[in-house]
Design a protein around this ligand. Structure first.
Ligand code: DSN
Length: 393
């Protein structure tokens, strides 16, 4: 590489990534093939529009690439073309969610979703996001005792508020979401049901977490988390008389984006083929076993794990424990010093601030890609315990 400064930064980042134990649940390690496709000459090409309906010439290969990526996406989630459509152009998760709302919810309408402090995402209608300014968020509440979604309250609130769209999905909710129940609620309130499966899409593909496709009208996902692809996103829409997919396509382009990042789409296509291999099923199951081993050992060692465990790849720990422990920010910094990377996180019923919350969020996808098993995660839990307790002492 001629640019020595950038070359050095890339090398330094490679060294850092190799050195640390990475417990950030939304990160993963992609294959060399994904990186090759991502950095390929497809990046040179403008392809505004959709296959066979573009605004620039020279699309022989881009059309084939985008269609192949779409085919692979549908196949991975066992969907058929005349029942589901997929848009593979979203640049990332938040713009994908924004595009769905832009296409399907009138400005000023209501979106029901999990608030950030209850494990939702900024793009689920949080006030600081455009999704909370252009639309009104109706919060999905968490039961303070079980720390799981309170479906009864959700139903009552939905029937009263009649949100245009209900979005279920999470960044920090460790449990299985009852998609069937969410469908019933959406039917009762006349709402579109959207599932943001960004965090657990790889677990769905690997048949280790329930699939939302039987119940949802729209499913969004990033491709760089458990799916182990490059940074990008996809939007799946049910094909029926409502033609939601057409509205979503228009919202992505020309509504929100210009030319799709074709190198990114090439990388996604490579990852989707990797995810369809039998080994990926083993990987997805191991991700959950590892997260459960981490959660159980932390509980055994006296830490308060939110909802008393996990059904997924992520573990949310209340390290503050009402002042008996340490703040989340300090815990994150202390662990990083010891080579363990996680992130501070709010917990349900948060009493501190998002900048220095009560919790830390951890997950198993990245280290499972590196071959770690339950016994390794038990050791990691013990290491975390001793690092955090040293701080307390
Ligand atoms: N930032 C991602 C996460 O860490 O969950 C969501 O966008």
């Amino acid at each position: 590489m001629k640019d020595k400064k950038i070359e050095k930064l890339i090398k330094d980042e490679e060294t850092r990534q190799k050195k640390v134990i990475n417990l950030i649940p939304s990160e993963n390690y992609v294959s060399k093939d994904v990186l090759t496709a991502l950095g390929s000459i497809f990046d040179n090409k403008y392809a505004e529009g959709y296959p066979h309906a573009r605004y620039y010439g020279g699309q022989t290969n881009t059309d084939k690439l985008e269609e192949l990526c779409q085919e692979r996406a549908l196949k991975l989630f066992k969907l058929v073309k005349n029942e589901w459509y997929v848009n593979v152009q979203p640049l990332s998760g938040a713009p994908a969610n924004l595009a769905v709302y832009l296409g399907l919810v009138p400005l000023g309408g209501k979106i029901m979703g999990l608030p950030l402090s209850s494990g939702g995402h900024l793009s689920h209608g949080q006030k600081v996001s455009i999704t909370g300014k252009a639309w009104q968020q109706i919060p999905i509440e968490i039961d303070p005792k079980t720390e799981r979604i309170n479906y009864e309250k959700m139903e009552a609130d939905a029937i009263r508020e009649k949100p245009n769209l209900i979005v279920v999905g999470f960044t920090a909710y460790p449990r299985i979401v009852d998609f069937k129940k969410c469908r019933e609620i959406a039917d009762a309130s006349g709402s579109i049901l959207m599932v943001d499966m960004s965090h657990f899409a790889g677990l769905v593909a690997g048949e280790a977490y329930p699939s939302p496709f039987r119940y949802a009208d729209v499913v969004t996902t990033t491709t760089h988390k458990t799916l182990r692809g490059p940074r990008a996103a996809m939007i799946f829409a049910k094909v029926d008389a409502r033609e939601l997919w057409k509205k979503i396509d228009k919202a992505i382009f020309p509504g929100l984006q210009g030319g799709p990042h074709m190198g990114q789409i090439a990388g996604v296509a490579v990852a989707l083929a990797e995810d369809a291999k039998p080994d990926f099923k083993k990987y997805a199951k191991q991700v959950i076993k590892n997260a459960q081993a981490l959660a159980n050992e932390l509980i055994r060692l006296g830490w308060r794990v939110i909802s008393s465990g996990t059904d997924s790849h992520l573990v949310l720990v209340d390290v503050w424990m009402n002042g008996r422990g340490l703040p989340g920010k300090e815990a994150e910094a202390k662990l990083e010093k010891a080579g363990i990377i996680c992130n501070k996180n709010t917990i349900p019923g948060e009493t501190r601030s998002p900048f220095d919350p009560s919790g830390i969020r951890m997950g198993s996808p990245a280290e499972t890609t590196r071959g770690k098993k339950e016994k390794d995660f038990i050791q990691i839990a013990r290491k975390i315990d001793s690092i955090l307790r040293k701080k307390q002492g």
